[in-house]
Design a protein around this ligand. Structure first.
Ligand code: NI
Length: 182
């Protein structure tokens, strides 16, 4: 287990479509080792999600861990540490909502992004079994942001108004921190 380097915008892996994890790979020790590294790296970063391309591994694999409870967005549902293998998103409610997003691969910046507010996520677990879950609101944005990494997209691609991209320091001073998400 190891804390890996989180690659930043400009690294080519962040702009590639990551490949599917094969059935053989899901059961492999190499994949378990990679996931252990991702868990350690996420914990050390203080973030709530990490996709494999962010540590320069071009695989359709992401982990999310969201502490539940009261927050500046109201009560947030806890998402215990979960590993998403080959995840897909189906839009269930296309009406858009906006949050100030940040990204471990784009450090120091915040941007206002609007995304569909209701989704169904499907993925494989570490036994290769299909799973699904529905998310709305803040959580819907988190999953869309993380899984965008698997298609080579960064949140800054989805900012409609470039005046709504700021350095964190200026955002804290002039922006609206009440709407920020990590
Ligand atoms: Ni990100």
């Amino acid at each position: 287990m190891a804390i890996r380097e989180i690659v930043r915008m400009g690294h080519p892996t962040l702009r590639q479509r990551a490949r599917e994890v094969t059935a053989d790979e899901i059961a492999s020790p190499a994949l378990r080792d990679l996931i252990d590294d991702m868990v350690d790296t996420l914990a050390a970063s203080g973030g709530i999600g990490l996709a494999a391309p962010q540590i320069a591994e071009s695989l359709r694999l992401a982990i999310i861990r969201i502490p539940g409870g009261p927050s500046r967005y109201g009560e947030i549902e806890e998402v215990p540490l979960t590993i998403y293998v080959n995840p897909t998103i189906e839009i269930r409610d296309a009406e858009e909502q906006g949050f100030w997003e940040g990204c471990l691969s784009v450090p120091g910046l915040r941007g206002y992004v609007q995304r569909p507010r209701g989704i169904r996520v499907r993925w494989q677990d570490l036994d290769g079994q299909p799973r699904s879950a529905d998310y709305e609101g803040f959580l819907a944005t988190v999953f869309q942001h993380e899984f965008d990494h698997l298609d080579g997209h960064l949140y800054i691609d989805r900012i409609k108004d470039s005046t709504q991209l700021m350095f964190e320091e200026e955002f804290a001073r002039y922006g609206n921190p009440a709407e920020a998400i990590d």
